[in-house]
Each structure stands twice: as C-alpha cells, then as structure tokens.
Design a protein around this ligand. Sequence first.
Ligand SMILES: [Mg+2]
Length: 270
Amino acid sequence: MDFSEIRGVILDMDGVLWRGDYPLVDLPGFFARLKSLGLKIVLATNNSTRSVPQYLEKLRGFGVMLGPENIVTSSMAASSYLSQKYPSGAPVYVIGEVGLKDTLREWGFHYSEAEDVVAVVAGLDRNLNYNILTKGVQLIYHGVEFIGTNPDRTFPSPSGLTPGTGALLAFIQAATGKNPVVMGKPEPYLFQLSLQRMELSSSQVLVVGDRLDTDVLGAQRIGCKSVLVLTGVTTPQDIHPPHSVQSILPDFILNNVDELPNLISNPHKV
Ligand SMILES: [Mg+2]
C-alpha cells in the first residue's frame, strides 16, 4: 500500500488508547509522533453518554492536549444526520444521558414530548424507566423516525458487562416492529462525519480500532483502509476463526497503536 497518500487517522479510544483509566501506550509521545507526520486526527467513539469536554478532560489527564475538533461521538453523528434532514430548531424526543441531550441542543434541536417531534433519538440511559421507553415507543409507533446512537449490545463496567444501547434499541424494536437508523460503527455515519471534519476522502484516511465487527467492518463500508490493534477485545485467534465463512479482515494488524507512526512513515519495515 502507498502510505504517501495518507493524511489522517480515525482512532477508536477504548482498547486502542486506553483500557478504562489505564493508558495502553505512551500517549503524549504517540500523539506527538502522529502530529510530526502532519496527520489530521479524529478520535471517534460509539459512546453517546460522554460529551466532548469530558473526553478532552480524560485526554488531558493522560497528558494529551487535543481540541474539540479532534473528537467525534455518535451523539454528534445523530445531530449531523438530523441537521441534514430536518430544519434547525426541530423538536426531538430523546432517550439518553447528558452527553446526547447536550449535543443535540448544541446543534439546535430541542427536546419535546409532543406528537410533532421529527425523531426519537435513543442512546444509552442508565436512569431509564418504563415511562421514558413507553413515550418513545408510542411516537415511533405513530410514524416518527427512529434513530439509535450505536448498536453495542453490551457496555463494559467495573462490575462486568452491562446492557448497552443495542439492548435498549432491541426493546423498542420489539415493541414497535421498526428498525432504527443507527449512527455508530459499523454503520457509516460516524466515520462519514469524521472524514468531513478532516476534509479528507476515504482513500486518505486510516481507521484504527480493536474490534473487527465495528471498527474494521465500518472502515470497509466507507472505503478506508483499516488497522487492527491487539490491545483490546480482539485476539489473533479471532482474526481467522476456524469455522467462519466470511471473516472481517483488517488491512494491517499491529500489536499496539504505538507501532502506527512507523507503519505510516516506513511501511516496508513492518
Ligand atoms: Mg474499542
């Protein structure tokens, strides 16, 4: 592959940059090397519960100074999708936490429970109750567009796996018989917004992640080359499962993300 064309990278965060509160590599050094190669950087996450300032704060805690232009979340992808379809200021019904609600508000959408909402936007809400779900189900049942922030069925927590947005979407799907338009990986919206942010085309960008079914598949769907790192959920055995008919294969596999600058600047040595 000709890396001279590469101008930007889209990085997944958990399992690539850190695991929980522990950095996986020397993060300040890693970002300094990416910047010295002149690469544009977007950190893209399916997580809709955290806001951009919260991610910047986390990065700062690891000694990494990035700006809001470097973060793209599934809440932003949902807002961008809505803004292309509906007028600014349109009412939306939201099932989700502060990260999703604040982002939609910043993009000019206002929260409403009235019948004239243009969409029901559903993301993870850890204070969810039956009434909140019922309202969303009734609106969708009456024809309002159903948008989901991300498809992840589980969500890691210190106590183990917890139900994720995908499980919540499945509840609404079962009740309404309608499928959501999903914003997060592996669907294209989150990555498309990331490319727009960088003002680059898919052939100029590498997608880096730790999951085959989200990061790598999503990269394939928008035409980006993909890099799988082995610091997250995927093990070498997962890459060529013995009984798999069609496995999702990354273009490159790295032990950790620290090897990425070398891959881009000197691909023949990898
Ligand atoms: Mg990850």
